[in-house]
Design a protein around this ligand. Sequence first.
Ligand SMILES: *Cc1c(COP(=O)(O)O)cnc(C)c1O
Length: 348
Amino acid sequence: MVEGYCGALLGCRSVLRIKRSAVEENVRELFRFGGKKLIAVIKSDAYGIGVKYVAPILRELPEVESFAVACVEEGVLLREMGIKREVLILGGILPEELEAVKEYGLTPVVSDIEHLKIIGNEDIKFHVKYDTGMGRLGFVDEFVDDPRVVGIMSHLSTPADEEFSRKQIERFEAIVRRYSRKIKVHLESSAGVIYRVPYTTHIRVGLAIYGEKPLKEYPLRLRPAVSIRARVLSLKTLPAGHPISYGRTFVTEREMRIGVIAFGYADGLMKSLSNRGYLLYEGNKLPIVGNITMDMTIVDVGTANVRVGDWVTVVSEERTFGELAREAGTIPYELMCNVSSRVKREVT
Ligand SMILES: *Cc1c(COP(=O)(O)O)cnc(C)c1O
């Protein structure tokens, strides 16, 4: 009998599991370390993990005061889930989005004079973003004061660079001082929390909620909250000199036992991991051999006692997105966002 993961009638070839208790612990740890309530950033379908599963966990936690998403559509989705807290739209506002912003009570972040024009005289509360060195969204020289401003923010471009981050923190402080009213002030992302900026009122975090470290040296105690497993579809022994997968980028040097795993680049395993990364089976490393294909990946099973239908580990507490990302030459954020909807989601 194969261990059941999602009990789907149509079968289940891959599953992403979210461990609720780990998410809760990470939120508490962020609150403890930062000393401030969280604006939980759950843009882009909660970094690809699945906002339908992540938001119901976070909304129960008193440490999470607000949510932030990238666009109005994502904000509307949260309202439709019954979320009543402040929902920040980080990506500003476009003219045709004004009606939805009003109707759903969303809070746009104004980063451009044009955003102010779109809002016009409407009774809409908003935050203002200042560019202190990120060079993306935000005002550089302008100062926006308006009774409808309920918060201001900036964003660190290089949290690993202490000297530059301190400059940004100073520049933002000068702006903060110009507001005489009590407003929300937020700057620190998951990596930025290490600076414990004294004048901010909230931290604005995403990645660390899932237990992924944003920096090599990270003083917070986090627990990876996400795991991904996929099924073994086929096993066989190939003779020496046999090519594996498209392009024959791998040729067996000896007799080799291989496994075909139901997880390819369409599921989120980036092709750059071909002939590089490995999957895990009960503590055994199964190196990826040959090119990763759309729906399947081939591994060297070695002497592991694997059977068809077994589950192998793509990501786990021991094998984090961060580790896999390093091998793929990317960042955990990109890997997470790549996990496709074909991968079933489960909260445990
Ligand atoms: C995505 C994002 C965050 C969250 O960053 P993490 O590194 O995931 O904590 C914070 N602020 C802004 C403006 C963002 O775009």
